[in-house]
Design a protein around this ligand. Structure first.
Ligand code: MTE
Length: 306
């Protein structure tokens, strides 16, 4: 497949971000929507965030206010310590219920995938949010590369676990390696992407280089970073946050203003970078992606399956 974006471009090769924004705004104007999350580079589908314009956060917001507990629990720890993580070479083991199990190198993956740009709202369970322009490809395409078998029902993900390069793993805050999971139909939804870059540049280590999941309608912790293993399975996989505290973190973790975290409200959120006096915004069902994903959960009690 022809690449529209490569993650090994130098800064000079990449469309200046301002130019990209202009194009996006022009397209938004033509389409009559408040903002476009996708298709700015010629894709066929336009995802519109009709509820709010998607004005991205700054590079500094996105790369210095992070959660990556393998490097510490402070927001600044990933930016301070993730630089020591070796990301080349990198490969992803894809196993379980697939036709072509094996170790896929980053080069192999990038060769097979078409990178595109998507701007998604990102909502953390801690009730803050950001808007991030990602480069990546649909997770469904990566799963298709390995060939999903008929019996598969779930997808399990694992992060690199390398204590010598990850000072935070000296503490048993979570049961390492970091693990996450999706139901297969969630994983194959076109909004679920594997990101390799932000703002037209390779993903910084603190944001999950070289490959991380982004699931925009779920709380941020589902968006697992620095993935080394993907397993197709017929059982709901264990996930790190659910194992650590099942009362507070469910398997689904859909953004839902009506289901509070046991220790705080999820009804509103604070936009990072909004300044000290910026007000809180109401949180939207499925983080504003309700029209696209609500059908995945039809008939489910979302207070039970939180
Ligand atoms: N992935 C790993 N491996 N380790 C983590 O601690 N934190 C999660 C998620 N992915 C985390 C992770 C949480 S709680 C959030 S909110 C997002 O990453 C933060 O992504 P960002 O730092 O790129 O904004």
């Amino acid at each position: 497949m022809a690449h529209r974006w490569k993650n090994n471009l130098s800064d000079g090769d990449v469309t200046p971000y301002a130019a990209f924004l202009n194009r996006r705004q022009i397209m938004a104007g033509l389409g009559g929507t408040a903002g476009l999350g996708l298709a700015a580079l010629g894709g066929t589908t336009a995802w519109a965030d009709t509820a709010r314009a998607l004005e991205p956060n700054s590079w500094d917001d996105v790369t210095t206010y992070c959660n990556f507990y393998e490097f510490g629990t402070g927001k600044g720890d990933p930016a301070a310590y993730a630089g020591q993580m070796t990301t080349k070479p990198w490969s992803v083991e894809i196993d379980g219920l697939v036709d072509r199990p094996g170790s896929y190198s980053m080069a192999q993956i990038l060769e097979a995938m078409t990178l595109e740009e998507r701007i998604y709202r990102f909502r953390c369970v801690e009730a803050w949010s950001m808007v991030v322009p990602w480069q990546g490809f649909e997770l469904a395409d990566l799963l298709a590369l390995a060939g999903v078998q008929g019996g598969a029902k779930y997808v399990a993900f694992e992060t690199l676990y390398r204590p010598s390069e990850m000072p935070g793993t000296a503490y048993k805050v979570l049961d390492w390696p970091y693990r996450e999971g999706l139901r297969l139909d969630e994983a194959q939804h076109p909004l679920a992407i594997m990101a390799t870059g932000i703002f037209g540049k390779p993903l910084p280590n603190q944001n999950g280089a070289p490959l991380r999941l982004v699931v925009p309608w779920k709380y941020g912790f589902k968006s697992i970073k620095s993935i080394v293993r993907i397993t197709l399975t017929d059982q709901e996989p264990p996930t790190s946050w659910n194992m650590a505290n099942g009362r507070e973190y469910g398997f689904y973790s859909n953004v839902n203003p009506k289901v509070d975290h046991p220790r705080w409200s999820q009804a509103t959120e604070r936009r990072i970078g909004g300044g000290l006096f910026a007000g809180r915004e109401p949180t939207l069902m499925f983080n504003g992606y309700k029209d696209e994903v609500a059908s995945l959960y039809e008939g489910m009690d979302l207070a039970q399956n939180f």
